[in-house]
Design a protein. Structure first.
Length: 404
């Protein structure tokens, strides 16, 4: 039985069925339903009502009123007499055999299905994210449906099974567990529940040991690609590859560009990588300015020159309903590359540029600034204009090194 004790002068007074929530400070009326009467309440174990006050005296009076009502209600039900309806009584009904008993104490009936539904609701309309959410929860479909019945060891057992039986990469499983953990936390907060989160703090060892190593284009492959895209420069996929070639950008960063993001009339031609309504970025570190040099400058000029006067997007084919279709763009670019080289994807240009910069003597700070890997990039040290000038010289040094 929930009780709160407070002092009035020299006296100590205990108020039954009263509980104060730590998170909100509000008082709640909580009372267990006698076992023989639970079938009148759809199998519930207790009655819980918010008293909608943080004042102890006001809460005590309301709790006492509710307690008297329920004393009378329980007594009538014991004698098979239907009590008169009052606002505090939930609708009574016969006890369905399939009802799941309510959890004991302060554990509310939160299910994984509810967590999944809440996550899907948050990303409604984003088909890619919806599919990812369904896939994440599918991994853990064998867990008990009620969250309070799931133990961390149950999650660990499935993690090991996914690695051994399903041959999933550790990073893939960790991403799924992390996503579900965040969604569980949100739902538990909505319920103001103290139920432990079984997905939080699941340990992962050797996270990168089983990660697939990305292919890096060598000099011969890069030359073949350059020759091909120049011959087929009228193709959109060739133009995207041209912009990827010497910028080290991600496929979505280039494919989702607005025409105004390509700055050719500035003292140093560059591309602005920033989030916009039609296309976001992977993370906050990704927002940056990339100087246009070499092959990427050549194709940037071609894209701007051939664009229609009223066009907004650099590559309008991959926009539908004003949203960038990243999967379609990536698939098309990778298919085009597969006809030129035996292995490698659009992401290989990032790894290749990283290698090219290292071989030309670029520092770690210069590389992370170009790649958008670190918050401590050059732009945060030197300011926007000086950073752009400095990074331009870094890329020019790379081209000079390669010519030599």
């Amino acid at each position: 039985m929930q009780k709160i004790t407070f002092r009035i002068g020299a006296f100590s007074v205990s108020v039954s069925y009263l509980q104060q929530r730590n998170t909100s400070g509000l008082y709640y009326y909580r009372r267990a339903i006698p076992s023989p009467l639970r079938h009148h309440y759809n199998g519930k174990r207790e009655l819980v009502y918010s008293l909608k006050t943080k004042d102890l005296n006001a809460a005590s009076q309301k709790a006492q009123e509710l307690a008297l009502q329920h004393n009378n209600e329980f007594e009538l039900l014991r004698h098979n007499i239907t009590p008169p309806p009052v606002f505090t009584i939930p609708p009574a009904s016969p006890p369905p055999a399939q009802l799941i008993p309510a959890p004991a104490d302060d554990q509310q009936l939160v299910t994984l299905a509810e967590v999944k539904a809440n996550a899907l609701k948050s990303y409604k309309g984003n088909k890619k994210k919806e599919a990812e959410i369904v896939r994440c929860f599918e991994y853990f479909k064998s867990l008990p449906p009620i969250l309070s019945h799931i133990k961390k060891r149950d999650v660990l057992r499935i993690v090991e099974s996914l690695k051994s039986d399903n041959q999933l990469k550790t990073a893939t499983i960790k991403k799924a567990v992390g996503f579900i953990s965040r969604q569980v936390k949100i739902v538990l907060q909505l319920h103001d529940s103290n139920t432990p989160n079984p997905f939080a703090g699941v340990p992962f060892d050797n996270i990168k040991k089983d990660a697939e190593k990305r292919h890096t284009f060598d000099t011969i492959e890069l030359q073949k690609i350059k020759e091909t895209i120049r011959k087929k420069s009228e193709l959109i996929t060739a133009q995207i590859i041209g912009l990827l070639y010497d910028t080290g950008c991600r496929n979505a960063e280039i494919g989702g560009l607005l025409l105004e993001d390509i700055k050719l009339d500035e003292p140093i031609p560059h591309v602005v990588i920033k989030p916009h309504e039609q296309r976001g970025l992977k993370n906050t570190n990704s927002e940056r300015l990339i100087p246009l040099t070499g092959t990427s400058l050549e194709f940037a000029k071609f894209v701007k020159k051939t664009a229609r006067p009223t066009e907004i997007y650099a590559f309008p084919r991959y926009f539908k309903d004003h949203k960038f279709k990243g999967d379609s763009c990536s698939a098309a670019v990778n298919k085009f590359l597969s006809g030129i080289v035996d292995q490698g994807t659009s992401h290989s240009f990032r790894h290749s540029l990283n290698t090219r910069l290292i071989e030309s003597g670029a520092t770690e700070m210069e590389i992370v600034s170009l790649m958008g890997w670190s918050r401590e990039g050059m732009i945060h040290h030197y300011g926007k204009s000086r950073s752009l000038n400095f990074l331009h010289s870094v890329l020019e040094s790379m081209h000079k090194h390669e010519k030599n």
